[in-house]
Ligand binder design. Structure first.
Ligand code: TGC
Ligand code: FAD
Length: 390
């Protein structure tokens, strides 16, 4: 028999349809052409200089709000959306973040909870990448516990007036529309805020050591006056924002493995050409143990992602199951990145190779969309029925 493909030793590709593979190849080719030649420079500079152009191109290949139906969205399957996230994050977590926040958070929120008018107004332009969206849940003093948020919306005649601050908001400074969650007399509600509304500003957060090729911002809401119809009509309480997080977390289940794949491939190739003690380091048993364990975890993670994707497509995926995926796959991805880094020795710390960039990015991925600890507690509650959050 022919040797197994080291890039797909378990034959997971055989579980995917022609259409799935075509979507994957399209996104992979786009990343190779438009992102990989520049990403190391963008990362070092701490910017995503062509973000608006990239958004339009991503819209052009159908990657924005990809698994949503109607309103100019591609209507792809959850598995296809996952494969796209994986390819984007194999380039850089910042690209996957751009797409996650646009499609799974901002667009999904409007698609799931918006009025028909809100959907018509925003979704087609967001799907095309003409308008970038952001999603403001986290605040400076309330991250894991969004129920305690302070940002508030009060009625004033027929208007709403929003005050407060959101922190660590992906896409904030380049967004044309912000989905902002705020306390009201009726509990937490979601607002669709055009970012040119007076009183809204989004200063960019600089000096990040992670996700440097991604725009991260503070949102400042200073008496932002919105019409009555700016609110999502039918959802109250945390289930509004948390329903969106399920979508984005699902994309991360796949995405993190893209970063891991890039690290493993880099280390495997390096181990075949780098010689010490007169032979390739890939020939030493200790290096092979590392490569074997990395490959094992990557492929187990892929099977888990595919399982969850199939459940999402069947409409049977539960939020707690997404927590299993996010917890495992991000934690294993960062472990793979760190191990891959050791195989490159000193070269491993250089941005000439992608590993250090991925490893640094995964520190954010480990924290956002629910920290490791939050997902452990969600799984813990699933197993015991006991709530250990507070
Ligand atoms: P709890 O009392 O458990 O629930 C309140 C209400 O929400 C419902 N619910 C959910 N609904 C849908 N999906 C879920 N996953 C849900 N989890 C809970 C629940 O049924 C209840 O509904 P109802 O109708 O009874 O009101 O809420 P809690 O306050 O105890 O909080 C639970 C906890 C800690 C798990 C939750 O707050 C949490 O997940 N915290 C982590 C916060 C987080 O993940 N933030 C992410 C911000 S966005 C982001 O990071 C974007 S980065 C993206 C990028 O750049 O790629
Ligand atoms: P905290 O909640 O203060 O947690 C600090 C530590 O305490 C963590 O280890 C946590 O797990 C632990 N902890 C907290 N409570 C408990 C408990 N009950 N039991 C045990 N341990 C606990 N948010 C958005 O809304 N939109 C975005 O677009 C967005 N983009 C982001 C982009 C980046 C690059 C980053 C880094 C973050 C982004 N976030 C965004 C914010 C992110 O969701 C939060 O950082 C995350 O939810 C954690 O909140 P926190 O940073 O306030 O940490």
């Amino acid at each position: 028999a022919a040797p197994l493909d080291p890039r797909d030793p378990l034959g997971i590709d055989d579980l995917l349809s022609e259409e799935d593979l075509a979507v994957r190849d399209t996104v992979r080719a786009w990343c190779a052409d438009r992102v990989l030649p520049h990403i190391a420079d963008w990362y070092e500079a701490g910017e995503l200089p062509t973000v608006r152009e990239l958004a339009r191109e991503l819209g052009g290949i159908g990657a924005l709000g990809m698994h949503l139906e109607g309103y100019g969205c591609a209507g792809a399957s959850a598995v296809q959306y996952g494969l796209a996230c994986l390819e984007l994050e194999a380039a850089d977590s910042g690209l996957r973040s751009l797409v996650s926040v646009q499609g799974s958070l901002a667009m999904y929120a409007i698609h799931r909870w918006g009025s028909e008018e809100q959907k018509q107004t925003w979704l087609p332009r967001m799907a095309a990448g003409e308008v970038i969206g952001c999603f403001g849940l986290t605040e400076p003093d309330h991250g894991s516990d969004p129920a305690s948020m302070r940002t508030n919306a009060k009625r004033d005649g027929a208007d709403w007036v929003l005050n407060g601050r959101k922190m660590w908001i992906t896409n904030g400074s380049v967004a044309g529309v912000a989905v902002v969650w705020a306390q009201t007399d009726e509990g937490v509600r979601g607002f669709v805020v055009p970012t040119d509304t007076p009183g809204f500003s989004a200063p960019e957060i600089k000096h990040k050591g992670s996700l440097r090729a991604s725009v991260t911002s503070e949102l400042v809401l200073d008496n932002v006056r919105l019409p009555e119809d700016a609110v999502f009509p039918d959802v109250r309480g945390l289930k509004g924002p948390l329903s969106c997080l399920n979508q984005a977390r699902y994309g991360i289940v796949w995405g993190a493995l893209g970063a891991a794949r890039s690290c493993l491939e880099t280390a495997r190739e390096y181990s075949l050409t780098r010689e010490q003690f007169g032979r390739p380091i890939g020939g030493f048993q200790l290096t092979q143990a590392k490569l074997a364990d990395m490959s094992l975890e990557l492929n187990k993670g892929l099977l888990l992602a595919l399982h969850l994707g199939r459940r999402m497509d069947a409409g049977t995926l539960r939020p707690e199951q997404v927590s299993y995926g996010k917890l495992n796959n991000v934690r294993e991805a960062i472990e793979i990145a760190r191990t891959a880094r050791t195989i490159l020795g000193a070269n491993g710390i250089s941005f000439e190779y992608p590993i250090m960039r991925h490893a640094n990015n995964l520190e954010s991925v480990l924290t956002y969309e629910g920290t490791v600890e939050m997902h452990q507690l969600i799984v813990g509650k699933t197993l015991t029925g006991l709530d250990a959050f507070r």
